[in-house]
Each structure stands twice: as structure tokens, then as C-alpha cells.
Write a protein that binds this ligand. Sequence first.
Ligand SMILES: [Fe+2]
Ligand SMILES: [Fe+2]
Length: 454
Amino acid sequence: MEVALQRLRSLFEAFGGGAYTIGEAMSITQHSAQAAQLARAAGERDAAVVAALFHDVGHLLGFEAGLPAEMDGCGFEAHDSSGGAFLTQLGFEEDVGWLAAQHVRAKRYRVAVDPAYANKLSEASKTTLRFQGGPMSPAEVAACDADPRWPEALRLRSYDEGAKEEEPYKGFSIDAIFEEYMPAIERTFSPKKTTTTTTTRPYVLSAEQLRKWDEDGFLVVRRPDPSLTAERLGEMAEFLATVDREAYPMCLVHRERPLNGGPPQICRVENFCKHEPRWRDLCLGLVQDLVSQVTRRPAVLFKDKINFKGPGGGGFLCHQDATAYATDKLATRHVSALVAVDAATVENGALQISPGRHNEGIFPNDRGVVRDDVDLDFSHVLVDPGDVVLFDSYLPHKSDANTTDTWRRSAFLTFNSADEGDFHEAYYAKKAEVIQQGAISINLDFGGTIVPDE
Ligand SMILES: [Fe+2]
Ligand SMILES: [Fe+2]
């Protein structure tokens, strides 16, 4: 439950405030707290109170995923059903998700059976009604009337409508709200033991995030595990930078000559996730599960590395990872997860990607480097420690050199679909041959200068 609550709390903290509007005068957090308050004051059961509190979580998910605004700036069209499904996935009992998912249908029902009701709606509610299909048809109304749960859904709708007072809850903090409703939350939280895949997830990706992934071929997941602090990740990276080669003979260590001409410095370590416990937990736990969610099938580790981009460390020319993997003839499709150890900035050579260009096959290239005449727009992926960036192996990407005087470290963990097989060992066997020839990767995309391993 801790994990689910943390997820909800951070959604409200990041997107429940004033900057994220759904067309009403009050924030989503204020509106949600008022709806729950009204439900409780009316003597509703826990499931209804919690559903009232989280009924608009779908809007928060839309903002989190960075989807473009919908419904003339009044939030996201599918926020009712997606929010309800999300609550169920997090582990709330079924009625919570179901009730939350009905609040738009309940509006469409009431407008259908009582035309005068439409006039009482807030301006934002009138706007969204147009996008939500307008009044229900007689058949839809009849179906609702036949559902014994429907009266409760209708009552919830009235709390939703009533929760639009700007004043009384001003300054109400997220901590106070969660504390106030914690007993009800605890009583309605019941992850199903049988569906372990959905209820024990370390981080549930929303339908909105999956949609963004499908459209862009990449997805930034902000701090999916709050315990992965900059300090902890820094220690894990430092362990690899100074790895004991005798204790970890399988690790490949690469060094480069920095662009400013200084002495050789470390630029990459590979093949540690299956051997070092902290990296194994992160990689084969949270990260593998995130990849499995975006690909909608179980993923297996293909390769793992950490890039150290020191001061003057080289960038990477524009390439698609798929070019290298095609030469391998191992798995056919891969997804990589960048785990940020340090913050990425334009100056320290952040990853740059070309969103949505992952569905066009392999672009014309010279040994993996996409040719200059291919028209691509790039944007920097600016992340903080603990953020995870998932990206498709066909997504064109590149990065500049690090022009600052500090280090930037990012782990790149690459997976393929488990049904194609486990190639981790085969990959590193092949890699050993490449390294013999003095290159850092199969493609010639590295912009820096590799120093041969002594
Ligand atoms: Fe809503
Ligand atoms: Fe609402």
C-alpha cells in the first residue's frame, strides 16, 4: 500500500496544484478534498468516500504523461475510465475504481433525465459534456437504471458538482488530506493476491503514460522509486567506477581521452547488473518491470552499461540502437532504460531524442551513424537523479560532449522480449570480440576517443 499511496501523493503534489487547470476556479486537489468531504458528511461508505477523493486522478495522469490539453483546456476526455482503472491497478477494491469511473457517465445520465440539470452545471462541466458525448441515449439510461450500484454513482456525482467552492479549503495541504482519509483508504485497499502482476508492481504506468510511449517511442518516468536518492545512486555508480577487476572479472571497463586533452578517464563500465546486488535489484526489479509494462510483455535483460561522461567526455553521434542490434542477429526489438545518476543538462551533454521517429525503420546511415541529410528534430531529455527514461531501440538519439567541469553518469539497461530468448551471455561473448578490435561499441557512433584497456 505504501507504494500505491506514494504514487498518488506524488501525483497530487506535482499536478494537483494551481498551474494544472481543468477549467474550474479551484485546484484539482481542493476539488478532490471537497468531494470526499461531502461524501463523508452525507454518510457514504468508505469506498464512495475514497472514490470521491480520487475521482479526478485521470486528469493528474494526463498531466503527468505530458499529453496535449484536451476538451478546450478542461482536462482529459478519458479521465473517468482511465482514473478508475488506475485505482484498481494500484490495488483498491473494485468498487472504488468503478465508482470513480462513473462520474462522467453520471453527468450524462442526469442531463438526459433532467434537462434543467444542464443549466446548473459549471461552465467547465458544460464544456466537457460536449466532448463526453452529451446526454445519454434512452438505451444507456435504461442500462444504468438496471444497475443496482447506480444510485450510489449518482450521489457521488452530486458531491463532485458540489465540490466547487473556492474558499473553504484554501491552503488545505496534501499531507492533511491523506492523513484525514487514511483510515478509509486503508479499509478499501485490497490488492488481489491472484493477480500479482498488477498489484505488486513497484510502479504502475498509467494508460496515459503508455499512450505517450506509443506515440513518442520514449517516456520519462520521474522518480519511480523515491528511495533511489542521488546519494544512493551516486554510491552505486562510484562502486562501478572503481570496480575491483579481480572480484568482478566479467565487468568491461572503458576509458577515453577527454576532449580537453587531460589524462585518460573512465567512460563506461558494462556487464554488472547480474553480478552486483544493488544494481541487480534495481535492474531486474523496477526497471525490468517498467520495460515489461511499455512493451506489454515480459522483458529480459539484454545488456547493461553505465556511461560516465566526465569533464570533456565525448558525446554520441546520431544513431539508432537497432542498427547495432541488427548486426547481432539476436533479439529483433529492444527497449533501453536510462537511469539518471546525475542531473542532465544541455551543458553536460544530455540525451537528445527525436520523438515519434521510432516507427520508420532504420534510417540511412554510415556504420550506424545516421546520415546528415536525414531530417530529424531533436529535443533534450533533462532529467534529475532517479528519473528513468525508457526509449525504443529504433528511436534516433544523440548527445553532445560534456562541457562542464563535473561528471554526469547514466546507466543504460537494455531489454528484449522474453519470448525471443535470453541473450545476455551471447551478447557479451560477441562484445569481447569487438573490444579486441579497440572499439567501444559495434557502431561507430562514439564521438570521444577510446584509450585501449591496459
Ligand atoms: Fe472529472
Ligand atoms: Fe470532478
